[in-house]
Ligand binder design. Structure first.
Ligand code: GLY
Length: 383
């Protein structure tokens, strides 16, 4: 479905207006953030995860993604220059086994692959193929899942797979396309098939982490993750599910993935608060007011892409209308348009049980920009 035919003139004007506000603010933000790779702001100033200790952090591709989106939308060289710095800063990560986990997609799709999409250069292709090859090595043949993390404390995580990984699979679909070797996509689809069985519940909600027996492949069940409890509905996990299964459908054409994305989307539409302000967990008690604006932005991205996949105009409109409502609410109530501060989205939360909530997180900014650009027609498709 061509979403431009569903959007009203007012909606198109709104998207163009917000794209303009993004361009104005981000020019100043990027100019004063040169050489950084931000994760969050402290008192309105971006931190920097470029150091040897922090460079392996899973979110370090999103700043590159913001820069490539801005370069694509505006053509301003500043953004390309800064994006290239992020990409090369990530090179030592490729040589560090401990931090090479399933999040290779989040790190190299918005950096090396985005660069390759713009310039088709061999160096970026090489980086992203190394990351993709490493990711395929995480596949557990017995359970047919991609292992999430390496060891980092005393929890045995060898059998852990997480819903977020659905967003990393596009690195494998990309690798199969450029190498004309189906191995990568075969592993991506095997993982997606397992995720449909092991993560998606009867009501369409999804688990965050599922543990498998690493030798027999038996599904052992959900374990505590970033949501309220293993059986609750962590909002960002639901958004990774909508967007991730939609992307697997886009790359493979397998209809079951679209059906699964629709089931998760329909669940989310049935529980999302009328305010369109998204909590950290759809099951959290009413008196817990913590929010996660990142989940709102990612849900909007997923719903827009899903709407594009729909032949049924009513269904496409339902998803698009909710995406617009989420984004307009973020624009009015949760976006910081103050030029002197670096963040865009306020009230983001990494995990329900963290001591800190309602701060700013770089991927919230990234997905908000991506979603608005999807509507204004200025997106560089990264996934
Ligand atoms: N992928 C980790 C998170 O969404 O927090």
């Amino acid at each position: 479905m061509n979403i431009q035919t569903i959007l009203s003139a007012d909606d198109r004007d709104w998207a163009a207006g917000v794209s303009g506000k993004i361009a104005d603010k981000m020019k100043q933000v990027v100019n004063r953030s040169r050489d950084k790779i931000p994760y969050r702001t402290d008192n309105g100033v971006f931190d920097d995860c470029s150091s040897r200790e922090k460079i392996g952090w899973w979110t370090n591709g999103f700043w590159g993604g913001i820069l490539w989106q801005l370069f694509h939308a505006t053509g301003e060289e500043l953004y390309r220059e800064e994006a290239l710095k992020v990409e090369t800063k990530l090179d030592p990560v490729l040589m560090n086994y401990d931090v090479m986990d399933h999040d290779s997609g989040f790190r190299w799709l918005p950096t090396a692959v985005a660069h390759w999409r713009v310039e088709k250069n061999h160096e970026s292709e090489n980086r992203a193929l190394l990351a993709a090859a490493n990711m395929t090595g995480r596949f557990n043949l017995a359970g047919r899942f991609i292992r999430a993390w390496n060891a980092f404390d005393d929890r045995d995580r060898r059998g852990y797979a997480i819903i977020d990984c659905m967003m990393n699979l596009p690195l494998l679909y990309w690798a199969s396309r450029v190498t004309e070797d189906p191995r990568f996509a075969q592993i991506a689809m095997a993982h997606a098939d397992t995720a449909m069985k092991a993560f998606v519940r009867e009501d369409g909600s999804v688990n965050h982490i599922v543990n498998f027996n690493i030798n027999t492949g038996e599904i052992l069940g959900p374990v505590p993750g970033q949501g309220m409890n293993p059986n609750s509905s962590w909002t960002r996990g639901q958004s990774w599910g909508i967007y991730g299964f939609t992307l697997s459908f886009l790359h493979s054409g397998k209809a079951e993935y679209k059906k699964t994305a629709e089931r998760i989307a329909d669940y989310v539409l049935s529980v999302i608060p009328e305010s369109n302000l998204v909590p950290v967990d759809y099951c959290q008690p009413r008196d817990v007011l913590w929010e996660d604006s990142t989940a709102a932005a990612i849900t909007a991205c997923g719903l827009i892409e899903l709407a594009k996949c729909e032949d049924d105009a009513a269904r496409a409109k339902k998803y698009l209308d909710k995406a617009l409502a989420l984004l307009k609410t973020l624009d009015e109530k949760r976006c910081c348009w103050d030029m002197a501060r670096d963040e865009l989205l306020e009230k983001c939360t990494a995990a329900y049980h963290d001591t800190e909530h309602d701060f700013t997180i770089i991927y919230g900014d990234y997905y908000f920009i991506e979603a608005v650009y999807k509507l204004s027609g200025t997106e560089l498709f990264i996934w």
